[in-house]
Design a protein around this ligand. Structure first.
Ligand SMILES: CCCCCCCCCCCCCCCCC(=O)SCCNC(=O)CCNC(=O)[C@H](O)C(C)(C)COP(=O)(O)OP(=O)(O)OC[C@H]1O[C@@H](n2cnc3c(N)ncnc32)[C@H](O)[C@@H]1OP(=O)(O)O
Ligand SMILES: Nc1ncnc2c1ncn2[C@@H]1O[C@H](COP(=O)(O)OP(=O)(O)OP(=O)(O)O)[C@@H](O)[C@H]1O
Ligand SMILES: O=C(O)CCC(=O)C(=O)O
Ligand SMILES: [Fe+2]
Ligand SMILES: [Mg+2]
Length: 338
């Protein structure tokens, strides 16, 4: 078999295929995390006991499902991520495993690959320069409040939201990131998302529906948008249109941590600039894979497996769980289940 460059982890994965896989657990309702040492054990379900968050911050996350930390990532680091992103767009470096996405409205313009057509890069775990983001102590310090000490980087993205060409394709429909993930419990997963410049409603800031992390995972599908929808940008069909929305205005370096059930999206970019953010999903390595067969996640599982088969050029050997197994990397503590 022609092994892809995605590296050792994929080889290890393939070596294990055909052997009995780790038992999958079935999706279960989210139960509260025991927090024996907590002062108010019954109060905290979404955060772990720690000395990092103030009581006020902890209560805010519990209630709202997100927390913004101002000025967390330095200008120097952001400059380095930007420079590496530009190198990748110019194809000066080609990190294995990376997935480059163009906006659907720009896809058919056959420009050379450049930072003016790339809307997002996914899976930068093999790019040591971008992966530095997932290792930053100031990020991990907060991540640990949600995941505990054994931390996996599950998925990195650098988002380069393009100016909207008038078709509104630059929007990201309202969704829950958990839709993409075959592991649980959800409370041990968190996204860190850092603004790489000033971001507000003009260039398409993050929009969140506070408190929705207390709900369940909703069915997702492609929104019926006239101007087209980007590949895999599934959205929630039946969200309450009157549910209060918060537009997160952020400065360069500000970082929001949010729960994978929090309903969020991002609006149209009305400026001529490419709005940049860098993010990573983290999870506890104590999480366990679930079998998504027969659940609302079946549609995305099928798409991701098809994409992975296309990318790596073989069929029928990978399932949804495998695609996640070889992309994730340990960043702190010990690797246990995932
Ligand atoms: C294991 C490897 C797979 C990993 C995949 C990544 C999985 C991501 C899941 C993680 C979720 C994390 C948490 C939440 C994240 C929420 C999201 O961001 S979901 C959005 C993620 N989507 C992607 O990452 C898509 C990745 N992009 C691609 O794979 C490609 O860019 C592509 C969209 C498939 C196009 O690739 P390519 O074939 O190289 O491009 P072309 O040859 O130019 O076009 C072919 C064909 O596709 C049309 N097209 C191009 N771009 C898009 C687009 N953005 N949306 C829709 N359609 C697109 C193009 O028009 C061509 O069509 P034609 O009819 O065949 O001419
Ligand atoms: N018709 C729609 N269906 C589904 N999601 C939508 C729709 N219109 C907007 N959204 C999503 O809802 C979120 C919030 O939209 P909202 O209109 O409040 O803000 P915005 O689009 O960011 O700002 P503005 O309306 O000023 O452009 C965005 O994530 C957007 O992608
Ligand atoms: O537009 C953004 O930066 C957010 C995108 C997002 O929510 C996602 O990719 O999961
Ligand atoms: Fe998201
Ligand atoms: Mg709008």
């Amino acid at each position: 078999m022609n092994l892809p460059r995605a590296g050792a982890r994929l080889q290890i994965l393939l070596g294990h295929l055909g052997q009995p896989s780790a038992p999958a657990i079935v999706a279960q309702p989210v139960s509260g995390l025991a927090s024996p040492a907590s002062f108010h054990p019954e109060q905290f379900q979404y955060t772990l006991d720690n000395n990092v968050l103030s009581l006020e911050q902890r209560k805010f996350y519990e209630e709202n499902g997100f927390l913004v930390i101002k000025n967390l990532v330095s200008d120097d680091d952001i400059q380095r991520f930007r420079a590496e992103f530009e190198r990748i767009c110019r194809e000066e470096v080609k990190p294995p495993g990376i997935v480059i996405m163009r906006d659907v409205a720009l896809a058919k313009q056959d420009y050379m690959l450049s930072d003016r057509i790339v809307s997002k890069i996914q899976d930068f775990q093999e790019d040591e320069e971008l992966f530095r983001y997932c290792l930053l102590p100031e990020i991990l310090k907060y991540v640990e409040c949600f995941t505990g000490p054994n931390i996996m980087a599950l998925h990195g993205m650098l988002i380069n939201k393009p100016p909207d060409v008038g078709k509104k394709t630059s929007r990201h429909p309202l969704h829950q990131d958990l839709h993409y993930f075959p592991f649980r419990p959800s409370n041990l997963i968190v996204c860190a998302w850092t603004a790489m410049e000033h971001i507000d409603r003009n260039n398409g800031c993050l929009v969140v529906l506070p408190g929705t992390h207390k709900g369940t995972l909703k069915p997702h599908a492609y929104p019926k948008w006239e101007g087209g929808v980007n590949k895999m940008y599934h959205g929630i069909q039946d969200y309450d249109p009157n549910s209060p929305r918060v537009h997160l205005v952020m400065e360069k370096g500000d970082t929001v941590f949010f729960h994978p059930l929090l309903i969020h999206g991002s609006g149209r970019n009305r400026t001529q600039g490419f709005r940049k953010a860098i993010s990573c999903h983290f999870g506890s390595s104590d999480c366990q894979f679930i079998d998504v067969s027969g659940t609302s996640q079946e549609n995305i599982a099928k798409e991701v497996v098809e994409m992975a088969e296309k990318k790596y050029g073989f069929q029928g050997v990978m399932d949804f769980k495998d695609t996640w197994m070889f992309r994730s990397r340990l960043v702190k503590g010990e690797r246990i289940n995932i």
